[in-house]
Design a protein around this ligand. Structure first.
Ligand code: FES
Length: 85
C-alpha cells in the first residue's frame, strides 16, 4: 500500500527501513516520506512504530513476581498470618 502519495513510498519500504533499525527521522531523510504535503506523516509513523527493530519487545514488561502489586498477592504482608503469641 502506498503511504506517501507525493513521494510514492509504500508501507513495505518504510517497514523494511524500520526493521533495519532506522527511526522515523532517518527514514524521512532517507526516503523523503512526509516531506511534501505531510498528510502521510501519521500513517508513516504508525508503520515505523509497528516495525521498529530498536525495541521489538517494548510492550513486554518483566516482573520479578507475577502477583507483585496485585491486591491478591499471597506474599503481601497484609495477607500473611501473624505470628503466634
Ligand atoms: S503524501 Fe507524503 S508528503 Fe504528501
Amino acid at each position: 500500500m502506498i503511504v506517501c502519495v507525493c513521494r510514492r513510498i509504500s508501507d513495505r519500504e518504510i517497514a523494511r527501513h524500520a526493521r533495519a533499525g532506522l527511526g522515523f527521522d532517518e527514514i524521512q531523510f532517507e526516503l523523503g516520506v512526509a516531506t511534501q504535503c505531510g498528510q502521510c506523516e501519521g500513517c508513516a509513523r504508525d508503520v515505523v512504530a509497528q516495525c521498529s527493530a530498536t525495541c521489538p519487545t517494548a510492550h513486554i514488561k518483566r516482573a520479578d513476581h507475577p502477583m507483585e502489586g496485585s491486591p491478591w498477592n499471597p506474599l503481601s504482608p497484609s495477607l500473611q498470618a501473624s505470628p503466634a503469641a
